[in-house]
Design a protein around this ligand. Structure first.
Ligand code: AMP
Ligand code: ZN
Length: 392
């Protein structure tokens, strides 16, 4: 058994070496990094994987203008245990042989509520615990639906959610390299802020904004927009920023506020629609253009090849947006092979945590020691340098 300290001492081993971990078993998975209490029960067979059950209870933040961390923690403390209990009872009190839970990154109180319950269950059942990296869960999601066959490594992922905006090159289950990251806030957070500013309400304002614009002719709405309603494309206007492989969203909220001030905050329903279309266009245009740039730069220095098919995963809540999906397909190189998980598996869920745990356990024999603490910050390219990994 190998224990890891702060530097990476576990080297990835071949999938074949850990095939002994592939057999029939059940997996319980818990996700609680933000405001969704999610639990999954997974049936693992040697030649297939299937979801037995999945349940989510989300914190209702619609009236408070954003997620309050202490409310999210209390929500998880009150909900995850009962969801697990009901699910196990519903399925004949199955005793899982592997427990997976999000260890980080995320909100500390939220993470701890789920991770500590997972620790207790794994201890009581005397089974391995896998503390999963939330973003690794997002990017491995499509592999669940192909039993680990597709996409094959290496592949690139755009992770666009309420907490993260990253372009990641994955060369194995445990090796992830950030090609571009946000320098300020996440794309979903900005969609939510701008949407709230123009009067859209709900728990997932980005999603409500898509629904609002969906039944209208988007191009026609954009043609109606006055010249001074055009939102900026950040990191373009100064020398050294045009070629910067990074995203920046902070400018969109001040620009939106400026537009509202210019009309004395009197927005008609129709103007709200026009502005919503413009917010989506501008934010996604920035995202897509920086993804394109980062792919070209990575190809130039030999980290990826764009001359042959390259798998491209889009995951995270924002990645379920249809406008974004079509803008990516229109603007990015033709050789990309897209993997768009169903919207319900793009937003936070426990299926992805269960599957990532299965991949870590089966392909690398990795599991987590019980002194492990939740990690509010956990860079995706430092997966194995975290403490408390065990390999057996
Ligand atoms: P996540 O952090 O992955 O759970 O995703 C939540 C974020 O995704 C929130 O900022 C939502 O507003 C955003 N989101 C969810 N669905 C959509 C959608 N269809 N279009 C745009 N943003 C979305
Ligand atoms: Zn997420």
């Amino acid at each position: 058994m190998i224990r890891t300290a702060t530097k990476r001492v576990i080297e990835p081993v071949s999938r074949k070496a850990w095939r002994k971990n592939v057999r029939q078993y059940h997996v319980l998975a818990i996700e609680s990094s933000c405001d969704d209490s999610s639990v999954a029960l997974i049936d693992r067979q040697p030649d297939r994987v299937s979801l037995i059950d999945h349940q989510t209870e989300s914190l209702d933040s619609a009236t408070v203008g954003g997620i309050i961390p202490s409310d999210a923690k209390t929500h998880h403390q009150g909900h995850i245990g009962p969801i697990v209990q009901r699910m196990l009872e519903k399925h004949g009190n199955i005793k899982p042989s592997l427990v997976c839970a999000t260890r980080g990154p995320g909100m500390m109180g939220s993470l701890s509520a789920g991770f500590n319950l997972a620790k207790g269950l794994a201890l009581a059942w005397n089974v391995p615990l896998v503390g999963v990296h939330h973003m690794v869960g997002h990017l491995l999601t499509p592999r669940f639906f192909s039993n680990g066959q597709s996409p094959q490594f290496p592949f690139v992922s755009l992770l666009a959610s309420g907490g993260h905006t990253m372009l990641v090159l994955s060369t194995s289950v445990v090796d992830h390299h950030v090609l571009a990251n946000t320098v300020d806030i996440a794309v979903g957070d900005m969609l939510d802020k701008c949407g709230r500013e123009i009067g859209i309400r709900g728990n997932m304002i980005g999603k409500e904004m898509e629904a609002l614009v969906k039944n209208h002719d988007r191009e026609a709405l954009l043609r109606e927009r006055p010249q001074d309603w055009k939102l900026p494309n950040p990191l373009q206007n100064q020398h050294g920023r045009i070629d910067m492989c990074a995203f920046s969203f902070a400018a969109f909220i001040s620009a939106t506020k400026k537009i509202l001030q210019s009309i004395d905050n009197n927005l008609t329903d129709h103007q709200q629609l026009v502005l919503a279309a413009e917010i989506q266009r501008a934010i996604f245009h920035h995202l897509v253009s920086k993804v394109g740039l980062s792919l070209r730069m990575a190809a130039q220095d030999g980290r990826i090849s764009l001359d042959k098919p390259l798998d491209f995963v889009c995951s995270g809540g924002v990645a379920s947006n249809g406008v974004l999906r079509s803008m990516l397909q229109e603007a990015l190189p033709d050789n990309l092979v897209y993997h768009f998980p169903e919207p319900r598996w793009c937003t936070d869920n426990a299926l992805m945590i269960g599957w990532a745990g299965i991949e870590l356990w089966e392909n690398h024999g990795l599991h987590t020691d019980f002194p492990a603490l939740s990690r509010a910050k956990w860079p995706i390219d430092e997966l194995l340098t975290a403490d408390c990994w065990l390999q057996s």
